[in-house]
Design a protein around this ligand. Structure first.
Ligand SMILES: Nc1nc2c(ncn2[C@@H]2O[C@H](COP(=O)(O)OP(=O)(O)OP(=O)(O)O)[C@@H](O)[C@H]2O)c(=O)[nH]1
Ligand SMILES: [Mg+2]
Length: 380
């Protein structure tokens, strides 16, 4: 970590940074917990009775960006820190096919689900005699439409309740511009939910978006589909994937296989993957896809103490990057010394980059590019 400071050395381990959250949702027995275990290397119980207790599983996933390992090879730091995501696994949704029940999710699950920055929708595409006996043969497209209906239904309940409340307030003479904007936004969202086509999100003005942000509607979150295939068919489901990708980004994942792979030591897993002719674990692809879905990019800090990946959003500035490290560094920001990961790999060393004039000094408003390597100068 190299954050240089002119007055006091103040960088501390106190983090201001909280990881982005991804929620895993799907119909019952679609393999959500299996995927959660594969991603987080946890050992949460899977199978028929596993979710009877109703508690969600929550854990941190490492975003195994190969660039971090490469930087670590170059700098030989004492510590290497990957970016992380928080992953939440909920108990399965009972599809109601459009809604005989009032509440789709339990209140606790719904509150957590609303707190997710994005949702991964798991659809079952594996053959398991026990699961098939209770839930029928796999039908990923039908399952996906079932999940989407439930998300929409849950949002409809929230939107209608809020619209009724606003109506009530207005009837009692409580008129204001804010309420008007919120009502207009809710009406647009309600029409979108009635239509049910997630490809055409409602056209909300920035004020309207702000007015309904607090509702944290599930169907307006970034959504990704995880096609949970068995090993036998994995890699041969292009038609289903193409169908899903008309509406959603999609990653195919062999949940059971990846969960077993995640239980192995890294070196054993690498040898096993080589034997199977697999170059990159689907686990890496899924975490990287989730990262992209969340609109996240990484910048790196490098040095003899630590090589570290930090998460910010696409479009964030150098001062936002400083804030991801520590609010004091953002407050005292002077400038950022910056070079690109690709340039470093191409030229082999910082010295070579200096000679070629590829190390820049950037100000507060500089827009960070994914893969920037920063040294932030600050003064507190
Ligand atoms: N063959 C195969 N079986 C799988 C796969 N993923 C999950 N299973 C099996 O499917 C069953 C259900 O898996 P879970 O991961 O518990 O599914 P879930 O969606 O978390 O289930 P609920 O929480 O009850 O909704 C278990 O018996 C798993 O072993 C897979 O990729 N391939
Ligand atoms: Mg489960």
């Amino acid at each position: 970590m190299r954050c240089t400071q002119t007055d006091v050395v103040l960088y501390s381990a106190t983090k201001t940074h909280t990881p982005m959250k991804i929620g895993i949702v799907g119909l019952k027995q679609s393999g959500k917990t299996t995927i959660f275990n594969a991603l987080t290397r946890m050992e949460a119980a899977t199978g028929e009775y596993s979710s009877a207790r109703n508690d969600p599983n929550i854990a941190i996933v490492t975003v195994t960006d190969p660039r971090v390992a490469r930087l670590s090879d170059l700098y030989h730091p004492k510590k290497t820190t990957y970016a992380t995501l928080e992953c939440m696994d909920f108990c399965g949704i009972h599809s109601t096919n459009g809604g005989e029940r009032k509440e789709v999710f339990s209140t606790a699950d719904h509150a957590l689900m609303k707190s997710a920055d994005a949702l991964a929708l798991v659809v079952r595409n594996f053959h398991d005699p026990i699961v098939s006996a209770t839930r029928g043969e796999p039908d990923p497209l039908a399952d996906l439409s079932g999940i989407v209906s439930e998300l929409i239904l849950s949002d409809m309940i929230l939107v209608e309740t809020r619209l009724e409340r606003i109506e009530h307030q207005m009837n009692r003479g409580m008129k204001s511009l804010e309420l008007d904007i919120e009502r207009r936004a809710l009406e647009k969202v309600s029409a979108f939910l009635d239509e049910g086509d997630l490809n055409t999100p409602p056209a909300l003005t920035p004020e309207e978006q702000k007015a309904i942000r607090g509702l944290r509607l599930l169907s307006l979150k970034p959504l990704l589909v995880v096609l949970n295939s068995d090993e036998e068919t994995f890699g041969r489901n292009s038609e289903i994937i193409a169908n899903i990708m008309r509406t959603f980004p999609c990653v195919e994942f062999a949940g059971q296989f990846e969960m077993e792979l995640a239980r192995l030591e890294d070196s054993d897993a690498a040898a096993f993957m080589e034997d199977m002719g697999i170059t990159a674990s689907a686990r890496n692809r899924l975490t990287m896809a989730s990262y992209a879905l969340l609109g996240c990019i990484s910048f790196f800090t490098v040095g003899p103490d630590e090589v570290r990946a930090w998460t910010i959003h696409k479009g964030d500035s150098a001062v936002d990057a400083a804030a991801a490290i520590h609010s004091d560094i953002a407050r005292g920001f002077i400038r950022a010394e910056c070079f690109a990961y690709d340039d470093l790999v191409d030229h082999g060393s910082e010295r070579a980059l200096k000679d070629k004039g590829l190390i820049r000094l950037e100000g507060k408003s500089y827009r960070i590019t994914d893969g920037d390597i920063l040294t932030i100068r600050f003064n507190v």
